[in-house]
Design a protein around this ligand. Structure first.
Ligand code: PLP
Length: 417
């Protein structure tokens, strides 16, 4: 069973002080996960996890992860600015972007972060708008389908990212001529995998290509970036990934493929987002309306603009009705927000205990790709973000948007003073 990381009593107190809806993060869970990741890859001397900033771009959380030894993986200008402001410097930042604007590359070079090129044409582009650094990474896309034991996990051949196998060789050769001396490789082949086999299988494919690339080009390959894609069990019946088993799986492949090729010094990098913070963030919302028509509806004060995954992907997010954890789930509800969009539903036909107006709903596993994907449709405002600290106290780490924030981009008109 999925349990909230906070008691009903403690959450009631927080809700009395901060208006719902809000995001609540569990510092303890985030720190423990970061430590486990470090432990899982401790066998690799240069290991670093670059937290995918896009998953949860909240400065306080980035700082916590930095304290635990993580770097930052950025994909845009503002993510670079945020990571820099949070204290990540140079090689602590990985810039894994695609369709990259000139200004973004210019800032990446100014901050001297590690650039991961999405495409071979970006070599000329980067040289034209900035310059070519001496360390660079190239993103690989093997095409076809990515499968583990006949189970197709994703479809890289349809993905816009990365270079073909032939382009990887060509890119390394061109970059060597342009003065690059330290190379990296990167690939992201499947998303939200809930199996301990994903990283080891990805590692095997990448390591083999790395060995070939070294033979073909003589390039010094110094890091291999397994990127993100390690998932979390959104559904109660799923089992969590075991990061220690995953680290051990990657180690075996490393010993098998890289070490015999004289590449036992290669650093392993990861760019996990979801795995690091996903389970340790929840959207807390209050039941404000009930409606009995052709179905039973509970209307809450959050909407898809606060958490769009159910509306956008049909994703399952577990919901706990706080204080009613032990009551039977004998009512079938659609849990809806107030957007003028019928897909604004956090749950459809969900069996839950009888919900009363004012009940707090704890929407689980919203700690990654949750707040971050929020938007302002229907003039809805972003909520606050709160941190449940290890000592049980609560700190606001982002205030809620107010109407002036919403109108701020019209400040030149004088309309909304
Ligand atoms: C989104 C993304 C990640 C993080 O993905 P998760 O599924 O959150 O682990 C890492 N690297 C890149 C390049 C990404 O685009």
């Amino acid at each position: 069973m999925k349990k909230p990381f906070i008691s009903n009593e403690a959450l009631e107190k927080i809700a009395a002080q901060y208006t719902t809806p809000f995001y609540l993060y569990d510092e303890k869970g985030i720190r423990e996960t970061a430590r486990k990741v470090m432990q899982a890859f401790a066998w690799n001397k240069g290991f670093k996890e670059f937290f995918a900033v896009k998953a949860t771009p909240t400065p306080k959380l980035l700082q916590i992860l930095k304290e635990e030894g993580c770097g930052a993986d950025c994909s845009s200008y503002t993510e670079l600015l945020m990571s820099d402001a949070c204290g990540f410097k140079e090689s602590e930042i990985m810039f894994s972007s695609n369709v990259t604007p000139a200004e973004d590359y210019q800032l990446a070079r100014k901050l001297n972060v590690t650039i991961n090129l999405d495409d071979i044409t970006h070599i000329d582009f980067l040289e034209k708008v900035a310059d070519i650094p001496t360390t660079i990474s190239c993103r690989f896309n093997p095409g076809g389908k990515f499968a583990i034991a006949n189970n197709i996990m994703d479809n890289p051949g349809d993905a816009k990212y990365g270079m073909t196998r032939a382009q990887m060789t060509e890119a390394y050769k061109i970059l060597m001529k342009k003065g690059v001396r330290h190379f990296g490789m990167h690939a992201f082949l499947a998303s939200n995998t809930v199996t301990n086999e994903y990283y080891p299988e990805l590692a095997r494919q990448l390591f083999q290509v790395a060995v070939e690339l070294k033979k073909e080009t003589g390039a010094s390959i110094e890091f291999i970036n397994l990127s993100g894609g390690v998932g979390i069990p959104y559904k109660p019946e799923q089992t969590s990934n075991d990061i220690l088993a995953i680290g051990e799986g990657v180690r075996k492949v490393y010993e098998e493929v890289l070490v015999p090729a004289g590449m036992g010094n290669v650093a392993i990098y990861t760019e996990m987002g979801r795995f690091m913070t996903g389970p340790y963030g929840a959207l807390v919302t209050k039941a404000i309306h009930e409606k009995h028509t052709y179905k039973e509806y509970i209307g809450v004060d959050a909407c898809a603009a606060n958490l769009m995954r159910p509306a956008m992907y049909g994703s399952y997010h577990h919901i706990t009705v706080m204080g009613k954890e032990d009551l039977p789930c004998d009512h079938k509800y659609d849990i809806t927000g107030g957007l003028c969009e019928n897909n604004d539903k956090f749950a459809i036909d969900r069996m839950l205990p009888k919900i009363a107006m004012g009940d707090l709903l704890f929407i689980h596993d919203a700690g990654a790709h949750g707040f971050a994907m929020g938007y302002n449709y229907n003039g809805k405002l972003h909520s606050s973000e709160l941190l449940l600290k290890e000592d049980g106290s609560v700190e606001m780490i982002r205030r809620a948007e107010n109407p002036s924030d919403y109108f701020a981009t019209f400040d030149f008109t004088g309309l909304f003073k």
